[in-house]
Write a protein that binds this ligand. Structure first.
Ligand code: CA
Length: 534
């Protein structure tokens, strides 16, 4: 007689076979499909720029756009609120996905949704560059109707004249758009003389007495023969940003020293290499003291919405002593390197330790080594290591593991786990680099639970940093977790930190002991801790 139990079990199924609620993933295995709303959050934080191992940039953008549109159609108000929430709290490394999603909502079929999206324009598009990005995205989706023209016009009317002048000299053009283009399209009316003068200057270059002093300072430094000392004085007295200066002045030490004092945190972090090359940042210099002061000012970092990813990339670049493109090189100042490392942890909002015993498992497989998280220079595997370090820096009981190949076997024959000697005592860029050289194996997200069970390791939670493209295991990750719970009596939890904006998760949405969070969401470490503590 046929022994059905030998051929089919409710508890142990290879990942090549489906179990209830799973769908085929891109790797030949099966994972749970995440909801469109979860996908919206992933897209807003991770974007699709740079693509991923299993999907190119265009396919990924399309897939995400379709999911975002389903959210917008289902509940426009909720979709706009989600976009605003991620954007305003600075939860994403880049604003691009939120701006794109807002443009989709501003082009929705439902008029109420379009109105809500346009009302949110100044909250999501806070700078001139954001506004240009929005114009670029929205133009291919809808016409320049009255509602859109009024919303853009209001953007130019609501800001103070000083703030608008700053936007006008700092962000003059991006992606082929200028303020003149938008003012001509939107035609905002104004009775205020200085604002009218500013509009005239933007559209026709007319310099008048009514203009804010910043515009006159901008015009003064554009004239021929201006030297560093004069430009530095203009920067100090009027707050001219670096974008407003002619390229020829950018190597002047005096100008850079003046810029450092007033630079917004984000620009400062991105310009550290250039500022060091100019001599304005040097060991024990006043500029260095200022930079270190800014980077250790928690309030200021949080207020600037500086994403930790930006700090990690700045650290990698700055410590390497050379720019990503171009010939610029510098001698890194040790104090600044250390301050960047510390600031990375500071930039994640304060997380209280849970006291739980945590297995932090990094998927360092091949699929995690290609593509770029949120269109940055980081691969999902590097981002995974950085996220694990944030939790390790807060918690007391943790072990970092990496998904690697079985010793002596090729990657498709076996998948294994290796305890990784990385932790927050290593400098972030070095810890991240340590994951790069690991031999990788087949992807099996059930391994952390099986590893713990085999060794009698008593863990309260498994945090797996992955793209959820699991396929190589003899059992599904959720089955391994349920087996672990049954055999140890520990109601262990599983957190999946998703690092690719695909539609999969290894977490079962119907198991309350499993959570799916978006990797590199600045809110993720706190969400993980709250979930593990509950
Ligand atoms: Ca993989």
């Amino acid at each position: 007689m046929l022994n059905h139990g030998k051929l089919f079990s409710l508890r142990r199924n290879p990942q090549s076979e489906p179990i209830p609620r799973t769908v085929p993933n891109a790797a030949g295995g099966h994972s749970f499909a995440i909801s469109d709303w979860a996908r919206l959050d992933r897209f807003l934080v991770l974007g699709a720029e740079g693509g991923a191992y299993y999907a190119g940039e265009q396919a990924m953008t399309r897939e995400n756009a379709v999911a975002v549109m389903r959210c917008i159609a289902e509940d426009g108000a909720r979709a706009v609120a989600a976009i605003v929430a991620v954007s305003e709290a600075g939860r994403a490394p880049k604003q691009g996905p939120a701006i794109f999603a807002l443009a989709l909502a501003a082009s929705a079929e439902a008029e109420a949704t379009r109105r809500l999206a346009l009302a949110a324009l100044p909250r999501v598009c806070r700078t001139g560059t954001h506004l240009f990005q929005f114009a670029d995205a929205v133009e291919v989706m809808r016409g320049w109707g009255r509602g859109l023209r009024r919303a853009v016009g209001d953007w130019y009317r609501a800001k103070s004249v000083e703030a608008l002048a700053y936007q006008a000299v700092k962000y003059r053009s991006r992606q082929g758009w200028t303020h003149r283009d938008l003012l001509r399209l939107a035609h905002p009316e104004t009775e205020e003389r200085p604002r009218k003068a500013l509009f005239d200057w933007i559209c026709r270059g007319t310099l008048t007495e009514d203009l804010p002093a910043l515009v006159h300072a901008f015009a003064a430094v554009q004239t021929d023969g201006v030297d560093g000392a004069f430009a530095a004085a203009q920067v100090r007295s009027h707050g001219l940003p670096w974008e407003a200066l002619p390229t020829g002045l950018m190597t002047s030490r005096a100008v850079n020293e003046a810029l450092i004092e007033r630079m917004p945190v984000g620009a400062l972090v991105r310009q550290l290499g250039r500022l060091t090359a100019s001599g304005a940042l040097a060991p024990f210099s006043p500029g260095t003291a200022h930079v270190v002061g800014v980077l250790s000012d928690r309030e200021r970092l949080l207020k600037a919405r500086l994403h930790p990813m930006a700090l990690l990339i700045a650290l990698q670049t700055y410590a390497s002593g050379r720019g990503l493109r171009g010939r610029l090189s510098w001698e890194p100042v040790a104090q600044i390197v250390e301050a960047l490392n510390a600031a990375f942890y500071t930039a994640f909002a304060g997380v209280e330790p849970t006291g739980r015993r945590l297995v932090l498992a990094l998927d360092v497989s091949g699929s995690m080594a290609s593509g770029a998280v949120a269109g940055t220079a980081l691969t999902p595997r590097e981002a995974a290591a950085a996220m694990a370090l944030v939790t390790a820096a807060t918690e007391e009981h943790w072990q970092v593991l990496g998904f690697t190949a079985e010793p002596g076997r090729s990657w498709h024959q076996g998948a294994a786990l290796t305890a990784l000697p990385i932790g927050p005592s290593l400098r972030l860029d070095q810890a991240v680099a340590a994951t790069a050289g690991l031999p990788f194996g087949g992807t099996d997200c059930s391994l952390p639970m099986r590893w713990a069970l085999e060794r009698g390791v008593r863990a309260d939670g498994f945090v797996v940093y992955t793209d959820s493209e699991t396929w190589a295991g003899p059992v599904h990750p959720v089955e391994a977790l349920r087996d672990y719970r049954a055999k140890t009596g520990i109601p262990a939890k599983l957190v999946v930190v998703g690092l690719v904006s695909n539609g999969f998760s290894i977490a079962d949405p119907e198991d309350a002991g499993m959570l799916d969070v978006v990797g590199f969401d600045t809110a993720a470490p706190a969400l993980i801790a709250d979930f593990l503590r509950a």
